[in-house]
Design a protein around this ligand. Structure first.
Ligand SMILES: CC(C)(COP(=O)(O)OP(=O)(O)OC[C@H]1O[C@@H](n2cnc3c(N)ncnc32)[C@H](O)[C@@H]1OP(=O)(O)O)[C@@H](O)C(=O)NCCC(=O)NCCS
Length: 207
């Protein structure tokens, strides 16, 4: 599954953990193999592996270099360990996994992708998600806000309650970001429909 977007030279690519290549380690470098080995659950290993494969294939297509020669920097701005978002010169990337689905977004501006399986109710944590938005599909609110937080690189270090978006039933838009008045005008937010049983969102931030 691949969804090209006309905006920001972007594309979103999906894979499923049931794909046989989720066990193919041939594109993983030593650091990535070590990270994969540290996951205790087989599902986590498969999700991580597919994220690497999708990322290296997409960058190979965009650079003309073989996927095995694509090397990703994942330096975490918080602690320096290799578990942050993948960085590659010239392109912005965002990886997301949930349940049996793994997605990659690539663009020429900072991008954030989030996918969530609709398996569990989020009602109990509504207070930590909403920032005054009307009641609505919490998976939509969750994925919109996580996509935005991943696009800026903050992740959940910034609470979702610092970010206000449009009503879940309305077209996706960032309305306010506490302490960052510039962001709503620079941000493009889209709801995605990645697969039955999943919610998803994609955020771009213009320079
Ligand atoms: C980013 C974050 C919201 C993702 O949550 P999640 O439930 O794992 O959700 P997803 O599956 O959608 O995303 C995972 C991907 O996000 C990416 N990611 C990690 N940190 C990120 C960040 N700060 N910004 C954007 N993307 C990030 C990674 O590519 C990761 O996939 P990978 O490890 O397989 O490469 C969460 O991990 C987070 O808040 N991290 C930052 C917290 C932090 O920096 N703590 C200090 C650590 S020392």
């Amino acid at each position: 599954m691949a969804v090209p977007h006309s905006e920001f030279a972007s594309r979103v690519v999906w894979a499923r953990t049931s794909d046989a290549e989720a066990d193919d380690l041939s594109l993983l470098d030593a650091v990535e193999r070590e990270r994969r080995a540290r996951y205790l659950r087989e599902d986590d290993k498969r999700r991580f592996t597919l994220g690497v494969i999708l990322t290296k294939r997409e960058l190979s297509a965009r650079t003309g270099r073989p996927p095995a020669e694509i090397s990703l920097d994942r330096t975490c701005p918080g602690c320096g360990a290799q578990h942050g978002r993948p960085l590659f010169p010239g392109w912005h990337l965002s990886v997301s996994h949930s349940g049996g689905l793994v997605g990659l977004a690539v663009a020429d501006v900072p991008v954030g992708l989030d996918v969530e399986e609709r398996g569990r109710s989020l009602d109990e944590i509504a207070d930590s998600v909403l920032a005054g938005e009307p009641p609505g599909d919490l998976h939509v609110y969750w994925t919109r806000k996580e996509a935005l937080l991943k696009a800026t690189g903050d992740g959940l270090r910034v609470p979702m309650t610092a970010v206000r978006v449009s009503a879940a039933s309305a077209p996706a838009a960032l309305l306010a970001w506490r302490g960052r008045a510039d962001l709503p005008a620079r941000t493009v937010l889209r709801d995605l429909d990645p697969a039955p049983g999943y919610a998803g969102a994609l955020a771009f931030i213009r320079p």
